[in-house]
Write a protein that binds this ligand. Structure first.
Ligand code: ARG
Length: 465
C-alpha cells in the first residue's frame, strides 16, 4: 500500500523499508491527520473537485476511521510506511476508489508539517496545564511559609535569612516564564502549511486560508517552500522544553538537598519517595532526582533536532522525518515528570523549626549589622570591615553575634553600641527587606497574590477559555 509505486518496476529492498518506516512513532499523529483531511475534503468540494455527495461520503468515512482508530479497531500495519499511508489505506477500505480523490492538491510534505503543528499546539496546552499544577503546589506551600524564616544562600553558603515562601515563589517565576514562552511560541506556530503541496503550492483552486481557519490556525503560510521546510516551531518547542527541564532540575536539586540529613528542611511524603532494597531505613528523593536527570534527555532532544536541521537545503528533505521522535519524547517526558514533581511539592512537610533555627547560622545577620551602621552615617566600607572583625572575634571565641557582651562589642569597634542588638533578629531582618521584590513576608504575600492572578490566566489559556 505504498503511495508512490507507479514509476517503480521492482519493490523496495527490506533494508530500505526498515530504514524508511515511521509509522511506529508517527501513528500518534493520526487524529490530527484526520482533522486536516476533513478540512482538505471541504476545500476540494468548494473547488468543485468533490460533489456534495462525495464530500458527505468522504467525511463520513473519515469520521468512521477516526472512531475505529480510537477504538483500536483500525491499526497501522508494518507495511504502512507512515501515518498518511495507513490512513489512506483505511479510507480506501471504506470508500473504494473515491478514497483516492483526497490526495489531490496535497502532499505528505505539507501534511506532516501541518500534523506536527496541530499535535504540538494541542499538547502544549496540556503541558501548560501540568505546569500550572506545579505552580499551584509551590504557591500553596509558599502561602503557608511566607512567614517561615530560612537560610538564604549564595554559593550554597548561608548568606542572608529569607522567607521560605519567597524562595518557593522564585521557582514559580521561572515556570511562569516557561508558560509565557510557550504562549509566545504558540503565536508563531499558528501558521498553517496545508495547501503548500510538495513545495510550490497547488495548481488546483484550493483555499489555504479557509483550511487554516478551520484547523484553528491564525493564518496560512505565506511561502509554500518555507512552509514545508520549516521546523523552527519544533526546535523552539524543544528549547522551551529544555528550559523547563533545567528549571525542574534546579528545583529537583534543591529538594534533594532539603530532604538530606544535613539539611532536614523537608520531609517527603511516603507517596513521593522511595526505599532502598538493602538499607531498610532509607527514604530517597527519586522524584526530584529523576526530574534533575530527565533534563539531560530534554536538552539532548533539542541538540538532536538542531543538528538534523543544520545544513538542509530547501525544501523538504527526508531528514525531516527525524524531527518527530525528539518532539514526542520531550512531550512525553514533561507530561511524566511534571505531575510527579507537583505531587512531591504539594505533599512535602516543611520543618519550620529547623529552618528558623538555622536561618541566622553562619552569621547571616552580618549584612543587617553593617547596614545599621550605615544608617548611623558610617561609610559602608568601614562598616563592612568592622562587622568582618566581629565575625572573626565570634569564631575565635566560639560565639554567635547575640552571645557577645557589651564589652566585647565595644572592644571590636566603638560603633558597636548595645543597641546594635536590635537588628540581630531574623524576623526583623526579613521584615526590613520590604522594598518591592524583597523577602519581607508582607511583600511575599503581595507577590503571591499577583502570581495567583497570573496563573489563573495561564490556566484559562490552557483550557481554551
Ligand atoms: N514520514 C515523513 C516525515 O515524517 C512524511 C513526509 C514524507 N514525504 C516524502 N516526500 N517522503 O517527514
Amino acid at each position: 500500500m505504498r503511495l508512490w509505486g507507479g514509476r517503480f518496476e521492482g519493490g523496495p529492498a527490506d533494508a530500505l523499508t526498515r530504514l524508511s518506516v515511521s509509522v511506529q512513532f508517527d501513528w500518534r499523529l493520526a487524529p490530527y491527520d484526520l482533522l486536516a483531511s476533513r478540512a482538505h475534503a471541504r476545500v476540494l468540494s468548494r473547488a468543485g473537485l468533490l460533489t456534495d455527495d462525495e464530500l458527505a461520503r468522504v467525511i463520513g468515512a473519515l469520521d468512521d476511521l477516526d472512531r475505529a482508530c480510537k477504538a483500536g479497531e483500525f491499526r497501522p500495519m508494518v507495511a504502512d510506511e507512515d501515518v498518511h499511508t495507513a490512513l489512506e489505506r483505511g479510507l480506501l477500505e471504506r470508500l473504494g476508489t473515491l478514497g483516492g480523490k483526497l490526495r489531490a492538491g496535497r502532499s505528505r510534505n505539507d501534511q506532516i508539517a501541518t500534523d506536527l503543528r496541530l499535535y504540538l499546539r494541542d499538547h502544549v496546552r496540556t503541558i501548560v496545564s501540568r505546569l500550572v499544577e506545579l505552580e499551584t503546589a509551590l504557591m500553596g506551600q509558599a502561602e503557608e511559609h511566607a512567614e517561615t524564616a530560612a537560610p538564604g544562600m549564595t554559593h550554597l553558603q548561608h548568606a542572608q535569612p529569607v522567607s521560605f515562601g519567597h524562595q518557593l515563589l522564585s521557582h514559580v517565576h521561572a515556570f511562569s516564564r516557561d508558560i509565557d514562552r510557550l504562549r509566545d511560541w504558540d503565536r508563531r506556530a499558528a501558521v498553517c502549511p496545508l495547501g503548500s503541496g510538495a513545495l510550490a503550492g497547488s495548481s488546483l483552486p484550493l483555499d489555504p486560508q479557509a483550511v487554516a481557519r478551520e484547523l484553528g490556525f491564525d493564518s496560512a503560510a505565506p511561502n509554500s517552500m518555507d512552509a514545508v521546510a520549516d521546523r523552527d516551531f519544533a526546535a523552539e518547542f524543544l528549547f522551551a522544553g529544555s528550559l523547563i527541564g533545567v528549571h525542574l532540575s534546579r528545583l529537583g536539586e534543591e529538594i534533594v538537598l532539603w530532604a538530606s540529613q544535613e539539611f532536614r528542611w523537608i520531609e517527603m511524603d511516603d507517596a513521593y519517595s522511595t526505599g532502598s532494597s538493602i538499607m531498610p531505613q532509607k527514604k530517597n528523593p527519586d522524584v526530584a532526582e529523576l526530574a534533575r536527570g530527565k533534563s539531560g534527555r530534554l536538552i539532548g532532544n533539542l541538540m538532536s533536532l538542531l543538528t538534523t536541521l543544520k545544513g538542509l537545503p530547501q525544501t523538504y528533505n527526508r531528514d525531516l522525518q527525524e524531527d518527530k521522535e525528539p518532539v514526542f519524547d520531550t512531550v512525553d517526558t514533561l507530561l511524566l515528570v511534571l505531575p510527579a514533581v507537583a505531587g512531591l511539592v504539594a505533599t512535602m512537610r516543611v520543618n519550620t523549626a529547623k529552618l528558623a533555627a538555622s536561618a541566622p547560622d553562619g552569621f547571616a545577620l552580618a549584612t543587617d549589622l553593617a547596614e545599621l551602621l550605615v544608617r548611623k552615617g558610617i561609610p559602608f566600607r568601614e562598616a563592612h570591615e568592622a562587622v568582618g572583625h566581629l565575625v572573626v572575634w565570634c569564631q575565635v571565641s566560639d560565639k554567635t553575634f547575640d552571645e557577645l557582651t557589651d564589652d566585647e562589642l565595644a572592644k571590636v569597634s566603638p560603633h558597636f553600641t548595645p543597641d546594635v542588638r536590635d537588628v540581630l533578629s531574623v524576623p526583623g531582618a526579613l521584615a526590613a527587606r520590604k522594598a518591592y521584590g524583597g523577602t519581607a513576608p508582607d511583600r511575599v504575600r503581595e507577590q503571591l497574590a499577583a502570581l495567583r492572578e497570573q496563573v489563573d490566566g495561564q490556566a484559562a489559556w490552557a483550557s481554551g477559555s
